[in-house]
Design a protein around this ligand. Sequence first.
Ligand code: MIC
Ligand code: SF4
Length: 641
Amino acid sequence: MNLAEKLISSHLVSGKMKAGEEIAIKIDQTLTQDSTGTMAYLQFESMGIDKVKTYKSVAYIDHNTLQTGFENADDHAYIQSVALKHGISVSKPGNGICHQVHLERFGIPGMTLLGSDSHTPTCGGLGMLAIGAGGLDVAVAMGGGPLHLTMPKVVKVELTGALRKNVSAKDVILEVLRRLTVKGGVGKIIEYGGEGVKTLSVPERATIANMGAELGATTSVFPSDSVTKAFLKAQGREDVYRPLKADGRAKYAEIVEIDLSALTPLAACPHSPDAVKKVSEIGRIAVDQVCIGSCTNSSYLDMMKVAAILKGKTVNPGVSLTISPGSRQVLSMLASNGALADIVNAGARVLECACGPCIGMGQSPKNNAVSLRTFNRNFYARSGTATAGVYLVSPETAAYSAINGYLTDPTECEPLPEIRMPQKFAVNDNLILRPEDFSDVQVVRGPNIKPFPEHHALADTLSGETLIVLEDHITTDHIMPSNSKLLPYRSNIPYLSDYCLNPSDPTFAARAKEKGGGFIVAGANYGQGSSREHAALVPLYLGIKAVIAQSFARIHRDNLINNGILPLEFSDAADYSKIEQGDVLVIENARAQIAKGSTVTVKNETKGYRFKTTLKLSPRLKNIILAGGVLAAIASGALGE
Ligand code: MIC
Ligand code: SF4
């Protein structure tokens, strides 16, 4: 077996490990973060379960920590109280970004982790099977239910050689993105192997696994070896180590070979993580802003490299440089060893250990700015400034460019001194609250915590207008934008509904409300990006009955089904271009059509023709969609679980 199969088979609850078949796996650990957590916990509460049934569940508060009004603080108070009440540990704001902290303090090789955040696969860097999902799937897992998923194909990325000086783990994943594209990983697990693996530290592996989310992959995974053991030992957690690797003759659906020594610094150009070019090829474009951090590149190793580059230098007068260390552990170590002083003295603006600018919580660049970011997403308008162009780069490229004021190829600069992984990390878990230390917890519910929309059984006839026709690769940042103004309302679906699809068409929400709902039509890879369930809950609230697209991204498709919205795929791609905004669509006998097979016929009443769409669902998913979503299915006993 390959490593992915070993991890799956040791957790398999039902189904066969045959690509394309539905399987169910046991979940050992869960994580939530604040922006998806409120909904996940509201849903968990509605299941009426007293204590979580997982080995370990952690609630992080890391996304929205600005607290520009009471809303956000209310959310935090709700999450902290509801988590502690139900046996879930809480990582308080300031302790760091969920994925970085989980890697440091909780990840265990060989275990499964389900997180309500698309970058949960970061812990794949430790040999975990770590998967991102919508809040509802995480709520079910906290209640002891398995995760149902389609058995992915397993792709091997065979790494050989070793990275040259000033070339980074970020360049490895950018190369994978260049080759496979943002939909190249859909339905796949990316398993890393080969001699090159042992040259990469755990945080470097985590950077690569993290951005597998941008490939659309179910997850990415690295073997667990002596490098993993040393990392866990330095975290004081050697006891959880276990070696894991693929069998010698393991089979893969596909093999991608990457010679690490041949890689050069790369950048993903605006507005897609797969618009990858060599830094040298883009040339010396002037840079206005540089942001270093995010769950992709904010480890101790990354920050030490940045500090070494900045030491004794000054940030270019035209550049604003921000640095957000990934965790308080990282920040405290930089403070103790003097690297923080090098960073501060160079003129960098040190931000909290949180997601910050990555999710648009501040640091929106000026109009038409060039912003270099070590983050994982550069989707249109995500930075908060629609006219800005965001380039995704390595910490080395970012730091040298911040000094020079123009995009700089770090291999043309002085080679960095050797930066070693520490023998011992500074462990201090005093910002992690353990449920066993609290009793009689009362759940605190402020006025910003609104109930989630009601789910109703699927009607037999679905009809309405085509409210919008969208292009390929619409992200969840289009469907439900997140920025410093909207993020405080993640537990307030009615408020958020006014901003649905705003970056694509600011009149969409008003039109949907006026028409009492309808249909969304889209191109390929609809819903890529974030796991935010709000991208399904808000359309549900607006009365969207179905999304008809060329194809869907995995997590978003699951979120639509979980909330009772039909994700229909055009059976004939050519039908996409026949539909226009305003066309009235009707699905007759919807329930019978879905129950019977995998084809749903839609009538375009305005233009007078019928077309076929595909909806491949397991019997379990059919029950969910017919009931009007997971919660309705559980309540009606349709799942029998
Ligand atoms: C993101 O990077 O888009 C987020 C914010 O972390 C999301 C979760 C969210 O929308 O709250 C994700 O990646 O799942
Ligand atoms: Fe946070 Fe950005 Fe990572 Fe999402 S991608 S978890 S917003 S740092």
